[in-house]
Design a protein. Structure first.
Length: 369
């Protein structure tokens, strides 16, 4: 097992509690357990690390899941052989799902975080690994009965995980933009009441689809949400992708993080944005605000448990937005210190901590005060 190491202190920040190191490549995703005592981090190094963060100032590494290389060869702990792209705890905290670039999703029993036990590996929609997870699109429903996984690039599979040792498919959703399947699904998220599922994909003009999953055996597409793109010339190739989605705790708002690349005769560039939508009427979403991210993609968004703060990744920083008035969000803080792109953000259940993960191989814990 790898030991917790410390890096030189980052630039001063009154919010930074501690920096977790232990991954050998970029950390793509983070998630807290429902009791807030355990933090899972997933990395391109093919591993998931479980951290005990009961004392945030003195975290402790409890277990490493997956496959990693060391001076003594390859240590196999589970069947993950691709970079980890998504992690998530079930609402009761007994299960952890990890999705990897090798198109596998593994269910772990983490009742004892120091001794996780693999319960099942989910195959794809076609019954083969070809349709397995391709991105960071994965999440449990609020009641813990369903797990939504982006599959085969252009689909989402709803799994019934009531019996985690014997999960089975309930439905396959084809993410469409008009008459055509979009590119791969990049993000999924359930509403707090579990009746809605938001799926984001790209490149597809920032297409987000809202689904009615109240009956998971017969989900229905409600509407397609998309942000109109302004063209700056006649020879512009616009490619946009929704990389993150998050519902507010009361289910009234949906935040989407996206990125876009423009190319024309004068060169190319990219920019991203966070868009806030009022989805009180899911059939008629209303955009309340667009929060530009400049020349970088937004790959992570998360609401605080009280719904007053929205965190978003912006390059190597995390921006905190006051969304009490969703029509006029205000940036209240910029958290600096990461040495690479922020790929994941997550609030602890009590809202006292924010975890951020980045391409600099670290996880940082921030005190929200």
């Amino acid at each position: 097992m790898r030991f917790l190491k410390r890096q030189p202190p980052p630039p001063p920040s009154s919010n930074l509690t501690t920096t977790l190191t232990g991954h050998s490549m970029g950390v793509v995703t983070v998630g807290f357990s429902p009791d807030g005592r355990v933090l899972a981090s997933g990395s391109a190094d093919r591993t998931v690390i479980l951290w005990d963060v009961a004392d945030p100032a003195h975290p402790d590494q409890r277990a490493t899941l997956g496959r990693r290389r060391s001076g003594r060869g390859v240590a196999r702990q589970g069947l993950t052989i691709g970079g980890v792209r998504a992690v998530g705890f079930s609402p009761d905290g007994r299960l952890l799902a990890s999705g990897s670039a090798d198109r596998t999703v593994v269910l772990w029993d983490v009742t004892d975080p120091a001794h996780p036990d693999q319960r099942a590996m989910l195959a794809g929609a076609s019954g083969s690994r070809r349709a397995g997870l391709r991105s960071g699109a994965m999440g449990f429903s609020p009641d813990g009965r369903l797990l939504a996984c982006g599959a085969g690039g252009k689909m989402v599979v709803l799994w019934d995980v009531t019996d985690p040792a014997h999960p089975h498919q309930r439905a396959v959703l084809a993410h469409r933009y008009g008459l055509y399947l979009t590119a791969r699904v990049q993000a999924v998220g359930f509403s707090p009441d579990g009746r809605l599922l938001a799926t984001g994909a790209g490149p597809a003009r920032n297409a987000v689809v809202l689904w009615d999953v109240a009956d998971p055996g017969h989900p229905a597409q409600i509407t397609i949400i998309r942000r109109r793109l302004k063209r700056s010339g006649t020879d512009v190739n616009e490619v946009s992708t929704v990389t993150a989605v998050a519902f507010s705790p009361d289910g009234r708002l949906l935040a989407t993080g996206s990125g876009q690349t423009n190319a024309n005769q004068y060169g190319s560039g990219s920019f991203g944005a966070v868009v806030v939508w009022d989805v009180t009427d899911p059939a008629h979403p209303v955009r309340t605000a667009t929060l530009p991210a400049g020349g970088v993609w937004v790959r992570a968004v998360a609401f605080s448990p009280d719904g007053r703060v929205l965190a978003s990744g912006k390059g190597a920083t995390v921006i905190l937005w006051d969304v009490t008035d969703p029509v006029h969000p205000a940036a209240t803080a910029t958290l600096t210190g990461h040495g690479g792109e922020v790929r994941g953000v997550a609030f602890s259940p009590d809202g006292q901590l924010l975890a951020s993960s980045g391409a600099d191989k670290t996880v940082r814990l921030w005190e929200m005060g």
